[in-house]
Write a protein that binds this ligand. Structure first.
Ligand SMILES: CCCCCCCC/C=C\C/C=C/C(=O)SCCNC(=O)CCNC(=O)[C@H](O)C(C)(C)COP(=O)(O)OP(=O)(O)OC[C@H]1O[C@@H](n2cnc3c(N)ncnc32)[C@H](O)[C@@H]1OP(=O)(O)O
Length: 333
């Protein structure tokens, strides 16, 4: 299904460039997540924050209908909310979930990835990287309450979290399915998966673009817990309490050198620009090894991307296969 939808969205984006406008969800106020009086929700059109100051926790709800895809606007709002919470010493943890049960996130917004100007791709890709880095390196404990399907970038976002609770609904699959769309997950998507489920499982999952239903997801370890749908939020809160009982939970993990293995200290300094730097060097050697070159273009590559082959090639050279590219050493070694 993801494949069919992906193709449909990409094709439509090329033919209906005017349809890419902002989807603004109405604002909303309500009681705090903890039910306390006088504490109001805040956030932005696409991100609702339900604070529970007494617990030091905020529930961050993604609400970018219809599928919480990562549009540029949504990514920007999500990052602003995260930054606000990080700068507010009231909060030590956030629970990341969807305001639209059934869909956690459909991942990157496919309409952002074709039919646009090169500058837009740069800006968009930088925002995607920043989202990943900011969540991955946040000093807040982040628990994902996954209450819906979570392919590709949606899965990546959950992998940045300290713990993943998934609702037990067979429709709520999770995984990195990029190859099914004819694209290859960037190395940092891959590395996150390897860190989480181990090399062999990640290798197979990425090659086949597997989307795991809950029982499988738990078995391979892509999520930490599967619970009945109506217990996802309460479980996430219990897990959070467990984490917050530890005085130095997230910074402590970093200090022990655990869980932050994808980035070198050098890359941590200025990671977004460092990661996209090769885009500015179009004479770079082809980053894919011979076996991958022969597999390019992959079967099923969206026609609209083929039409933009030169741009697409340079982007692909930049974004994928860094694991076999000599320059990757400065990032991943
Ligand atoms: C910067 C340029 C880079 C170019 C090179 C790329 C290299 C990068 C490599 C890899 C990284 C990629 C990461 C990704 O995250 S790619 C996105 C992968 N996502 C998916 O495969 C999910 C596709 N969607 C689905 O499977 C389903 O929509 C669903 C299961 C999430 C929900 O199903 P359902 O409830 O039945 O809803 P619909 O399918 O009817 O969809 C509703 C509506 O939403 C549109 N839509 C769905 N997914 C996306 C999406 N990812 N981006 C944008 N829009 C999406 C869908 O088209 C429908 O639209 P409508 O008909 O107008 O209502």
């Amino acid at each position: 299904m993801a494949l069919a939808v992906g193709m449909r969205v990409l094709t439509r984006a090329l033919h209906r460039p005017w349809a890419r406008g902002l989807r603004v969800a109405p604002g909303r106020t309500g009681p705090a997540a903890g039910g306390g009086d006088g504490v109001r929700c805040f956030g932005s059109p696409r991100v609702l924050v339900e604070p529970d100051p007494a617990a030091g926790v905020a529930v961050v709800k993604m609400r970018n209908p219809p599928v919480n895809s990562f549009s540029l606007e949504f990514l920007t709002e999500l990052l602003i909310s995260l930054e606000k919470l990080e700068n507010d010493k009231t909060f030590r943890g956030i629970i990341l979930t969807s305001d639209h049960p059934g869909i956690f996130s459909a991942g990157l917004d496919l309409t952002e990835m074709c039919g646009r100007k090169p500058e837009h791709y740069m800006e968009y890709w930088k925002a995607v990287q920043e989202m990943w880095l900011r969540f991955y390196l946040s000093n807040l404990v982040v628990i994902a309450a996954i209450n819906g399907v979570s392919p590709a970038g949606g899965c990546l976002l959950s992998l940045t979290c300290d713990y993943r609770v998934l609702a037990n609904n067979p429709k709520y699959t999770i995984g990195l399915n990029e190859t099914r769309l004819g694209i290859v997950a960037p190395f940092w998507f891959k590395d996150m998966m390897v860190n989480t489920v181990g090399y062999r499982t990640a290798e197979r999952a990425l090659q086949l673009g597997l989307l795991f239903p809950p029982a499988e997801a738990l078995r391979v370890g892509v999520v930490d817990q599967v619970v009945p749908e109506d217990q996802v939020q309460s479980t996430a809160r219990s897990v959070m309490a467990q984490w917050l009982a530890i005085p130095v939970c997230r910074p402590g993990v970093q200090n022990q050198g655990l869980g932050r293995a994808v980035l070198s200290p050098e890359a941590l300094g200025e990671a977004p620009s460092c990661l996209i730097q090769p885009l500015a060097a179009p004479d770079d050697p082809w980053p894919l090894d011979a076996s991958r070159q022969s597999a390019f273009p992959p079967r099923g590559l969206p026609a609209c991307l083929c039409l933009q082959a030169p741009l697409f090639l340079s982007l692909v050279r930049t974004l994928v296969g860094f694991g076999v590219h000599p320059k990757s050493k400065r990032i991943s070694s």
